[in-house]
Write a protein that binds this ligand. Structure first.
Ligand code: TEU
Length: 573
């Protein structure tokens, strides 16, 4: 919708690169842009259409780059603007596109805008951020004197006292990530001008970080108390706030409407509902092309992400099925199992031991043939797993380290907290890319910033690309299907066997072509008892992951973690 109207991204597959962990070219143990440029053929062979780059801008790295101190340059750790231009040219030469990470809900506290803003109360940039005095009747610094009781996503209150001016500033994430005040039109114009600067440089779109949080309720009301503690849930006061659609439509007018070329926009939106996503992604409304919603990655948790709960397939099908139905006519879904904030897909939704390869293929099959734009997170195409973190010293992520400190201070047992970090911590997604079986998996010749997963000796790109039966080649075939079978991009979606405890089954239909995707999310043998099973068992098998299918007697008997894709032509009615 952005530049041109043909909605090209419906046929596209996006590959997310987390630059710190993809490929290091200078041996400093941290990935960089020349390292990515040297590995573009891996992505070209996989067949992806778009590369989403997590942040590479100058940053103190308090939150691994999502705390930006200069929006129009490259952090020297990752390279230079010349390295970026060379990478962009290499991507475009291979017919792919680059989407940048736009992090404008907040800046770094070392960004010149904030340095000015905190200089004095009457600094012209003061109102570029959210400043408030202590709560009425309280002294700055008193416990509970914060302007609201909101809890930060990285533990603790969302307000930091600035002793110099005696006022508090708002930070929904770390105290080194102060929130920008989008109520201020100068802030918005500065952001739009920066976005145009990158589009003029040739980038093809933006993934927008927590973009549904940029509009806050200016009354800044307290939130409902959380877990009996002093802090409360502020999300009702800044998730999809009062001016969010106005801001996104203004952004579209001031930025994307000025370009007549294919541009992709995806908004990361924690807490967004199907109904809200319909408003955000309806082409007529000219806001964004798609959103990242979080429902399916929060089904296996209780009150917090650290409160682990078993995942029921029925819940997963109900959630993804509702998003398919809700955006069937208008709007569009993004499709993902994991990213740099989520545990590895095969460890969370599959079986990362006996059936690692087969379940990784099953997850790709089930996700990629839904209606929406699939996102592959680096290493997912290899079936990379969560990492064996032993102790807190093995972790690097601010969210995990802050949670650990807070939970231990609150008296939780060390092993219990570590167990949750091992399963749910973001560092699982951030261990270096496994290119080969050498000491540091071919990621670096130096000491990696985060330990390489020891299973890289068997799980790596070199082994996968030379094994025609690998997860890599299965993903390559899935991506090919989206490029060659119009039903995959444009067909309707119908969930089947919604109540089955182990089978995920659905059909896609476009004109006279119909696909059936049927998958066994368990380590046992199951039967997909569809009423038209016999017809399907006799249909063309487009793709499988467990050798010759057992379709004896016109039934669909599935082996452990088996997934199949059938295709048939419907008789003209
Ligand atoms: O993530 C927003 C977000 O919702 C996650 O932080 C989420 O709360 C958590 O990680 C899931 O458990 C975005 C970026 O993707 C993330 O890397 C940043 O840390 C965050 O915004 C702040 O910029």
């Amino acid at each position: 919708m952005s530049g041109t109207a043909d909605q090209w991204w419906k046929r596209a597959v996006v590959y997310q690169i987390y630059p710190r962990s993809f490929a290091d070219s200078d041996g400093d143990g941290i990935g960089d842009l020349p390292g990515i440029a040297a590995r573009l053929d891996h992505l070209a062979e996989l067949g992806v259409d778009v590369i989403w780059l997590s942040p590479v801008y100058p940053s103190p790295q308090d939150d691994a780059g999502y705390d930006i101190s200069d929006y129009q340059d490259i952090d020297s750790t990752f390279g230079s603007l010349a390295d970026f231009d060379a990478l962009l040219a290499g991507v475009h030469d291979r017919g792919m596109k680059v989407v940048m990470d736009l992090v404008v809900n907040h800046t770094s506290d070392e960004h010149p805008w904030f340095v000015e803003a905190r200089a004095s109360k009457d600094n012209p940039k003061r109102d570029w951020y959210w400043w408030r005095p202590a709560r009425a009747g309280m002294n700055p610094g008193d416990p509970g004197a914060e302007p609201t009781n909101w809890r930060s996503f990285f533990s603790g209150p969302t307000w930091e006292l600035d002793p110099a001016t005696g006022e508090y500033y708002l930070h929904l994430f770390s105290r080194k990530q102060p929130d920008l005040n989008w109520e201020n039109p100068d802030v918005r114009e500065a952001v739009y001008s920066m976005m145009r600067w990158w589009l003029d440089r040739g980038v093809d779109g933006f993934r927008m970080d927590v973009i549904n949080m940029i509009s806050k309720d200016p009354a800044l009301p307290d939130g409902h108390p959380l877990g009996g503690g002093p802090l409360g849930d502020g999300t009702p006061h800044f998730f999809c706030g009062p001016r969010i659609h106005e801001f996104l439509q203004e952004m579209h007018r001031e930025v994307f409407a000025r370009y007549d070329r294919p541009i992709l926009t995806v908004g990361e939106m924690p807490g967004v509902t199907v109904e809200e996503a319909l408003l955000f992604t309806d082409p007529e409304r000219r806001e964004v092309d798609m959103v990242f919603q979080f429902e399916h990655v929060q089904l296996d948790q209780g009150a917090t992400k650290w409160d682990l709960q078993p995942l029921r397939l029925r819940d997963l099908k109900a959630s993804l099925g509702r998003w398919q139905a809700g955006l069937a006519e208008r709007g569009w879904n993004s499709l993902y199992w994991n990213n740099h904030d989520q545990p590895r897909a095969v460890s969370r939704f599959g079986d990362d031991r006996q059936y690692r390869v087969r379940s990784a293929k099953l997850l790709g099959t089930v996700l990629h043939l839904h209606r929406g734009t699939p996102y592959v997170y680096q290493g997912e195409e290899l079936g990379m797993t969560n990492a064996p973190f032993a102790a807190i010293e093995d972790f690097r992520d601010i969210e995990s380290l802050n949670h650990y400190a807070e939970a231990i201070a609150a008296g939780h047992a060390r092993d219990e907290v570590l167990a949750a970090l091992r399963y749910r911590g973001r560092d699982n997604a951030r261990t270096p890319m496994q290119w080969d079986a050498s000491e540091h998996a071919g990621f670096t010749t130096g000491m990696p910033w985060l330990a390489v997963n020891p299973n890289h000796e068997s799980i790596n790109a070199e082994a996968a690309r030379s094994d025609p039966d690998s997860v890599f080649h299965h993903y390559r075939r899935l991506i090919e299907l989206r490029h060659t079978e119009p039903v995959v991009a444009h067909g309707d979606f119908t969930m089947r066997l919604a109540d089955h405890e182990h089978v995920y089954a659905y059909t896609r239909r476009l004109e006279d072509v119909e696909l059936l995707v049927v998958a066994n999310f368990s380590g046992g043998r199951v039967t997909a008892d569809l009423e038209d099973a016999a017809e399907w068992a006799a249909a063309e098998l487009l793709l499988g992951n467990a050798g010759a299918p057992d379709a004896s007697g016109g039934t669909l008997r599935l082996a452990p973690w088996e997934a199949r894709v059938y295709k048939r032509r419907l008789a003209a009615s």
